[in-house]
Design a protein around this ligand. Structure first.
Ligand SMILES: [Zn+2]
Ligand SMILES: [Zn+2]
Length: 229
């Protein structure tokens, strides 16, 4: 995708300071001021609200939710590794530098600036209709399409929430969240070539990107990803 050199801000002019966010309640209040979480939350509430009109859930719904639960964490890892960390390149005279990659570089440069933590709002505006259309086209019934929209959209919202939470000063209380929090901080401040998972640490272990931190050199390109913007 060719385009602008700098990501635009999507947040309110005075975004909250991550240091001031130490409780889940405070975190949620700030989370819902950002465009991407808001739109994803609306999509989820609408899909879940309409779904009962088409009858009770069955085995098909369960299979869709299970498939999304398996697919989503793998997608996170692959998109993070190969799209968000992609180097800009030229193809037929066009600069290929996806908006998500530009935002992610801004996020690595300024990890405490919350507006760069979230997926770009204008990307979500474009993706929600495509996402809805894809499920309506792929699913054998409207009921299953709505379940798919809720499951996949819900996974996207959960990803936004967990990633954002690791960039606040809310202290981990569960072993699950502590592992995510630690891995993501290592990704930002130790070596950006490891710890690509956002919501399921098992994926990094399976794909060989969760080494013993002591065995990995400190990277000098954690903030820039080795790209001059
Ligand atoms: Zn991050
Ligand atoms: Zn990254």
């Amino acid at each position: 995708m060719a385009g602008m050199a700098k990501p635009r801000r999507q947040a309110p002019a005075r975004a909250a300071e991550p240091r001031s966010i130490t409780t889940l309640q405070a975190a949620l209040a700030v989370f819902l001021t950002f465009a991407s979480p808001r739109m994803l939350a609306i999509q989820l509430v609408v899909a879940l609200g309409i779904r009962p009109i088409f009858g009770p859930p069955g085995l098909g719904d369960l299979l869709i939710v299970a498939a999304v639960a398996i697919y989503w964490p793998l997608q996170e890892w692959f998109l993070h590794r190969y799209v968000l960390h992609m180097r800009p390149r030229e193809l037929l005279g066009l600069r290929i530098d996806p908006i998500a990659a530009r935002y992610h570089r801004a996020h690595h440069r300024e990890p405490w600036r919350l507006e760069y933590v979230f997926l770009p709002g204008r990307m979500i505006v474009a993706m929600i209709p495509a996402h809805v259309a894809l499920w309506l086209w792929l699913a054998p019934s409207h009921a299953l399409a709505l379940t798919g929209i809720a499951a996949f959209g819900g996974a996207a919202l959960f990803y936004e929430w967990i990633h954002y939470l690791t960039h606040t000063f809310y202290r981990p209380r569960s072993a699950y969240y502590r592992e995510i929090w630690r891995g993501h901080r290592l990704h930002h401040f130790k070596n950006e070539r490891y710890w690509y998972g956002f919501t399921v640490p098992l994926v990094d272990r399976l794909l060989g990107t969760a080494p013993d931190p002591g065995s990995v050199p400190n990277s000098e390109t954690c903030a820039t990803l080795g790209i001059d913007d």
